[in-house]
Write a protein that binds this ligand. Structure first.
Ligand code: ARG
Length: 609
């Protein structure tokens, strides 16, 4: 129970939209002033946060660009804009600087009013598309995780799974309609060898669950037989053909294999706290029946042509330096279809059946060329209308301490399940060291949240497209931009609320009016400015699919809180009730924002740690 809960009826932001986004408010005002100063309607006011406090809190830099276009003196134009700019009650000072920068110093009272509105809003001031009339809700198809079911999920799938899930949650928080698509690799020639091997195992009275308890082993055994055992490879090939033509026995074996493999993935999803459900699975096999139609259409529209027995699209738009077109095979000479064909079919399904406005796909950067080809061909074929955006979001690799791709000591791939177990174990050691009295139940819960959170945050906080070095020590540190640091900041706030003086203050709060938060100290102002930026941060995360921006934001927020806590006593004797209540309310908004932000990243918090 918090003092906010005690006094204010939460408003869930579903009435007329109250604007709490400072950048939006200022942009509107500056735009109006620009028009009044004679600039054409729609001129970009270019409002942004100032990077130095002596340049104000926000800047409007749009005049320079506009003056350049009109070939007039920017300083003169800016003077006119400033004269027309009405920020009464919003800004305490407006300055003209340099060739035409407009520096805006916000009024602390106004900031406090804005922040009090955020404090009362269950959605923390972030408007929801579809709820707010001025913003159109989009249908966004997000293709992520997508492990290959022939093998166990490994670290390579971690990034797709957690980055995709963070973006999905951010989109949903902003009000978009998200359709998750887990494009699992559940089809292809290797399944012939796997079902042939499974068939033999079952014949020798092993049950499928035991045979497939270690998919990595199972795959290896099957591969050894495929390479060495006489007749096995032929059987495997025959089984693929049978499977694809709907043979009941092969289909049953395949289904058993797939079900068990999916269950392995689901265990990981549960451990990782990601939101993927079984109903989000739309594996490669689901497109099987459509593939011949896709190729027929490409042939009929003369987009694909026959080349050495295969069906191929030569993509001139992606020609090499010496003019050779890029080659995109859609059907092999033997008649088999490919990963590429499936992705073309998926484009059509997503734009036609799922009515996507936007399609986002998360895979590692090595598939960038593939998705570029898919997009060009799908657009040509009309599988992907111009108004549907198609965004492949590549990510870099996870590296070991040696700077090489992350592997086990013996050079094998690291299984995700084992990595996550290790994270929890390491977190448990750390927490026990800090708090030897902790109960077993608390220890288990906290180490799970901290361990998994640490792995996720370390990954999500990196620039998406770069490779990064996986390091246990830094990710589990209680200092720096880490999950434990943020979780600790959150629980530290909770510990304030559990103090008897805070409880007392709640009673006082109930007696006060609606306005609780006052901004007195610079640390409080810095926090107010930061807290009022949440919507902008979420928007940046969803437009470029960059959860690292949210990670940075939360880290900065937690750091500002730590400085505030050092500088501004909250419950100390001699602090007036008004200040006590104001600071407690500020703490509450910070805690709510940390919790909400971490929730978008799929990281849990706890009251004590
Ligand atoms: N299963 C693929 C892999 O592990 C990723 C699939 C991504 N999605 C897609 N539509 N191709 O590399």
């Amino acid at each position: 129970m918090s003092i906010i809960d005690a006094k204010i009826e939460p408003n869930n932001n579903d009435k007329e939209s109250i604007k709490m986004n400072i950048k939006d408010i200022l942009s509107e005002k500056v735009s109006a002033a620009m028009v009044a100063a004679g600039l054409p309607e729609g001129t970009n006011p270019a409002v942004s946060l100032s990077n130095r406090p002596n340049f104000g809190d926000y800047q409007a830099n749009g005049v320079m660009g506009a003056a350049k276009k009109l070939k007039t003196n920017p300083r003169e134009l800016a003077t006119k804009v400033v004269a027309a700019l009405n920020l009464d009650g919003i800004a305490s000072k407006i300055e003209l600087a340099g060739p035409g920068f407009i520096n805006i110093h916000l009024d602390e009272k106004w900031l406090a009013t804005q922040l009090n509105m955020v404090a009362q809003d269950t959605h923390l001031g972030v408007r929801q598309r579809g709820v707010n009339v001025d913003d159109k809700q989009q249908t966004v198809v997000v293709d992520y995780s997508a492990p290959n079911l022939a093998k166990e999920m490994h670290v390579g799938h971690l990034r797709s799974t957690i980055i995709g899930d963070a973006v999905v949650r951010a989109l949903e928080f902003r009000g978009d309609k998200v359709i998750r698509q887990n494009h699992m690799g559940d089809w292809g020639t290797q399944f012939g060898m796997l079902i042939a091997h499974l068939s033999d195992k079952l014949a020798s009275e092993e049950v499928a669950e035991t045979a497939l308890s270690d998919l990595e082993n199972f795959y290896r055994e099957a591969k050894v037989r495929f390479d060495n055992e006489e007749g096995f490879a032929d059987r495997a090939r025959a089984d693929v053909v049978k499977l694809q033509s709907g043979d009941a026995h092969c289909a049953k074996l395949w289904q058993q294999f797939i079900d068990i493999s999916i269950a392995h993935s689901e265990e990981i999803y549960a451990k990782l706290n990601v939101s993927l459900q079984r109903s989000d699975i739309m594996g490669e096999s689901a497109y099987n029946d459509d593939l011949s139609r896709v190729v027929d259409e490409l042939m009929a529209k003369e987009i694909a042509e026959e080349s050495q027995g295969a069906k191929v699209v030569f993509i001139d738009e992606m020609a090499s330096k010496d003019g050779e077109p890029s080659v995109f095979i859609v059907q092999k000479s033997g008649g088999g279809f490919l990963y590429a064909t499936t992705d073309l079919s998926a484009c059509r399904y997503r734009s036609d059946k799922l009515a996507a406005d936007r399609i986002i796909i998360f895979t590692d950067a090595r598939q960038a060329l593939h998705f570029k080809q898919v997009e060009i061909v799908a657009r040509k074929a009309g599988f992907l209308p111009e108004n549907v955006s198609y965004q492949h979001c590549p990510f870099g690799m996870m590296m070991g301490d040696d700077g090489k791709p992350f592997k086990t000591r013996t050079g094998g791939t690291i299984k995700l399940a084992e990595l996550l177990d290790e994270a929890v174990l390491r977190a448990s050691d750390l927490i026990k060291e800090k708090n030897p009295e902790i109960s077993d139940a608390d220890l288990a819960e906290i180490s799970n949240k901290v361990g998994i959170g640490a792995v996720k945050f370390a990954d999500l906080s990196k620039n998406r497209t770069s490779d990064y070095i996986f390091n246990w020590k830094t990710m589990l540190s209680f200092e720096g931009a880490t999950a434990p640091y943020l979780q600790y900041a959150y629980s530290r706030i909770q510990s304030i609320f559990s103090k008897p003086e805070a409880k007392e203050a709640q009673i006082v709060t109930a007696l006060l009016g609606n306005t609780v938060i006052n901004i007195i100290e610079p640390q409080e102002k810095a926090l107010a400015l930061k807290l009022l930026q949440l919507e902008d941060v979420i928007d940046a995360v969803i437009s470029e699919c960059t959860p690292n921006l949210l990670c940075n934001y939360l880290y900065e927020l937690a750091s500002l809180y730590m400085s505030f806590y050092e500088a501004c006593p909250i419950l100390k004797e001699g602090i007036s009730d008004e200040v006590k209540v104001s600071r407690l309310a500020l703490c509450q908004v910070i805690a709510n924002t940390l919790k909400q932000g971490l929730d978008i990243l799929g990281i849990e918090v706890m009251d004590r740690m």
